[in-house]
Design a protein around this ligand. Structure first.
Ligand code: GA4
Length: 362
């Protein structure tokens, strides 16, 4: 059985509110229904959740343990794996153009050679770190390929691996990111995380002053004077084809609906969330749209940790819609570009920018 939308979420007391149930696809059941539902979710939201995904619990738990262990180290030790340029350990700085967020993170190239090199700066036991990370990457890559094959089926493509082959290619440029957001306690109960007003970024968090107890991070109270909420990771779309996200049980993720509502997504540590990226939007000639999302600090004593696998093709792969893609628009919206061309634009712009606009046919 394919699970339809569960409990709708209603947010009150905000300017823009929305009712939304995360589209949920059960991958263990009937393929033709699952592929139809995935295509619909990609068209309507660019976002969905998968259950019965086939990624072993052990693989997830081990990856989480390695990441918790890494972030629990003193800042001086973590700093040895940084600064992120773009790979390695980063704290508050995102990208190269001044974007900031209230988080620390690691960004890793998702291939065994780079992982084993990087592991030397990340762990006292590099071979375990790279083995665990490789296992996680292989499992989520398999999940991403399964999903892309279902999409090809749902779009009536003759070649079912037309999308999946891009990310299973040995030269794929995929990466793995682990984000760690500090706990946040709003002052005076005056916290409204769904507010669409201008938000101020409160950058008072200092990871070196954090107390760590068995993986649970308790920070000193963060003065949020003058700010209604804190931005963990600012709004953006992901440039790649598909993103596979898993988080612990701390909320904060919000997605933006096509009509401009910010919708909180309840965390689900047992399942994966899937995001359509910009490259998938181009590959489907705009039939799918990449989902804008962000992470805001939610009242919680516990830190949020999320792991994202960004599935990308090789640098020289062409991103252009195959002729069989049919949508209401007959001509190609975008000029063909390689993933390498696109990445250059991505890194020259700010986090929130709409990068695909640079490749639009006029
Ligand atoms: C957003 C999605 C992924 O996290 C990421 C990010 C990348 C980075 O952190 O280095 C970028 C951002 C992301 C898009 C715009 C540029 C590049 C930071 C930034 C400001 C790893 C990616 O591929 O693009």
């Amino acid at each position: 059985m394919v699970v339809a939308t569960p409990t709708p979420l209603l947010r009150r007391g905000t300017k823009k509110t929305a009712a939304f149930g995360v589209p949920t696809i059960d991958l263990s059941e009937d393929k033709s229904i699952a592929s139809e539902m995935i295509v619909k979710a990609c068209e309507d939201y660019g976002f969905f959740k998968v259950v019965n995904h086939g990624v072993p619990k052990k693989v997830i738990a081990r990856m989480e343990r390695e990441a918790v262990d890494f972030f629990s180290h003193p800042i001086a030790q973590k700093g040895r794996a940084g600064p992120a340029a773009p790979f390695g350990y980063g704290c508050k700085n995102i990208g190269f153009n001044g974007d900031k967020g209230d988080l620390e993170y690691i960004l890793l190239e998702a291939n065994p050679v780079s992982l084993s090199q990087r592991a030397k700066t990340m762990s006292n036991d590099p071979s375990t770190f790279s083995a665990v990370t490789n296992d996680y990457v292989s499992a989520v890559r398999k999940l991403a390929c399964d999903i892309l094959e279902l999409v090809a089926d749902g779009l009536w493509m003759e070649n079912k691996s037309i999308f999946s082959k891009l990310i299973s290619n040995s030269q794929n440029d995929s990466c793995l990111r682990v984000n760690h957001y500090p706990p946040f306690i709003a002052p005076n109960n005056n916290f409204n995380h769904n507010d669409n007003d201008d938000e101020e970024l409160n950058n008072h968090w200092d990871p070196s002053s954090e107390l760590v107890e068995e993986g649970l991070h308790i920070s000193p109270l963060i003065p949020a004077v003058g700010s209604k909420s804190r931005v963990g990771f600012g709004e953006h779309t992901d440039p790649q084809i598909l993103t596979i996200l898993r988080s612990n049980d701390v909320s904060g993720l919000q997605i933006c609906s096509h009509d401009g509502f910010w919708i909180p997504v309840p965390p689900d540590p047992n399942e994966f969330f899937v995001f359509v990226g910009d490259s998938f939007q181009a590959l489907t000639n705009g039939r799918f749209t990449s989902v804008r999302h962000r992470v805001v600090a939610i009242n919680s004593w516990k830190s949020r940790m999320s792991m994202m696998y960004f599935a990308a093709p090789p640098l020289d792969a062409w991103i252009t819609a195959p002729p069989q893609i049919n949508n209401s628009i007959s001509s190609n919206i975008y000029r063909p570009f390689t993933w390498g061309n696109f990445k250059q634009i991505v890194y020259s712009l700010r986090l929130a920018d709409s990068r695909l606009d640079y490749f639009k046919n006029h």
